[in-house]
Design a protein around this ligand. Structure first.
Ligand SMILES: NC(=O)c1ccc[n+]([C@@H]2O[C@H](COP(=O)([O-])OP(=O)(O)OC[C@H]3O[C@@H](n4cnc5c(N)ncnc54)[C@H](OP(=O)(O)O)[C@@H]3O)[C@@H](O)[C@H]2O)c1
Length: 331
């Protein structure tokens, strides 16, 4: 299969691309500045995302306790050598057009699968998130994927076949405190995907959304970089810098509860499953002749049941459960 994946400079997109290459697929990735990221750095990122950690130093340090790199990724250098990453800034129409043209040139004019995966999350109280940040959130997670669809759909309609997979999040199915706009952007993406699936079925195009729970990637680091002036400096296992990058001012009325939530998400992400958990699902969806479902979850079972629990539980009970999970009221 010929596959285009966005967000392949890091995390879920990068690992998924390598799993697909290992299965013999032709994969082109995309990122904003791939030319600035040496292969050695891509390799370091994959290895970091496939390291098992335990927390030390009162939860300020993630200490490596082993690797969980699965067998298909053992020849990392060989797989990375086969990965082409085109330049594609999803926030510019022309850049997306050019990126898709470059991908098509590498894939002999045919794309069987689009995995629209690039995305990021912001952090902040609804009352305090400014418009600029809100726009950046929706630019990355909603407008970017839509720009991509403008380029890819005419091609897939002409082919009369294709699959489009979107990386959403379990957070798209309920509001996460202090990440409400991230949840809203993934909800919007899912509603678009739901309608799209029906619109394009007559053209032989299949659509699905992937809803990961928490996955051990650089996601929190990207969040911290979006909401503070933190820049890629710290080693990934040292959580101190990320914990200290908590973006709310002490004068904020939300300081305590948001601080608890921030500590929780920074300390727990390194303990979560590796991106290979999502990649294996993507491989299955890519290789299936027909997609029998539309929504596919990945990650820890305790998180995968959250969207169902949210629907089943009375609203006030669900609110209390979510507050407890995100440690809002911890002393
Ligand atoms: N990790 C999790 O716990 C988790 C859970 C549920 C869903 N997700 C979703 O999974 C997807 C991948 O996230 P990840 O965990 O792999 O995080 P990551 O390691 O930070 O990777 C994010 C990727 O998206 C790209 N990206 C971010 N903003 C972009 C933009 N505005 N334009 C173009 N590319 C952009 C980045 O590329 P650049 O090099 O261009 O920055 C990078 O390749 C996202 O959609 C995220 O919302 C993650």
């Amino acid at each position: 299969m010929n596959i285009l994946i966005t967000g392949t400079t890091s995390g879920i997109g990068l690992t998924t691309a390598l799993h697909l290459i290992a299965r013999g697929h032709r994969v082109v990735g995309a990122g904003r500045h791939p030319e600035t990221i040496p292969r050695e750095e891509l390799k370091r990122r994959v290895l970091a995302d496939h390291t098992r950690y335990r927390l030390a130093d009162g939860g300020r340090k993630a200490t490596p306790i082993g690797s969980c790199l699965p067998p298909p990724l053992q020849d990392l250098d060989g797989l990375l050598a086969k990965l082409h990453i085109v330049v594609m800034d999803m926030s510019e129409v022309q850049a997306v057009k050019k990126g898709v043209e470059d991908a098509l040139a590498l894939l002999d004019g045919r794309i069987d699968v689009l995995h629209s995966n690039a995305g990021m999350g912001i952090f902040g109280a609804v009352e305090e998130v400014d418009e600029d940040l809100l726009r950046r959130q929706f630019e990355a997670n909603v407008f970017g994927p839509q720009r991509l669809l403008h380029q890819i759909l005419p091609l897939m309609r002409a082919q009369r076949s294709g699959k489009i997979l979107f990386t959403s999040s379990i957070g798209g199915l309920f509001g996460i405190p202090f990440q409400s706009h991230y949840s809203a952007s993934k909800s919007a993406l899912e509603r678009i995907a739901e309608g799209l699936a029906i619109e394009v079925r007559p053209f032989g195009i299949q659509v699905a959304v992937i809803e990961p729970g928490d996955i051990n990637t650089a996601f929190n680091r990207t969040t911290a970089e979006a909401v503070t002036d933190l820049r890629k400096a710290a080693g990934s296992a040292d959580l101190t810098q990320l914990l200290e990058a908590f973006p709310l001012p002490t004068a904020s009325p939300y300081w305590k509860q948001a601080g608890n939530t921030w500590n929780y998400i920074i300390r727990t992400l390194p303990l979560k499953p590796s991106p290979s958990t999502v990649a294996r699902l993507v491989v299955r969806l890519v290789e299936a002749k027909h997609l029998h479902g539309f929504r596919y979850t990945a990650g820890e079972w305790s998180q995968r049941i959250l969207p169902f629990a949210r629907r089943l539980l009375p609203d006030k009970v669900a609110e209390s459960v979510i507050s407890a999970i995100y440690e809002l009221n911890k002393r």
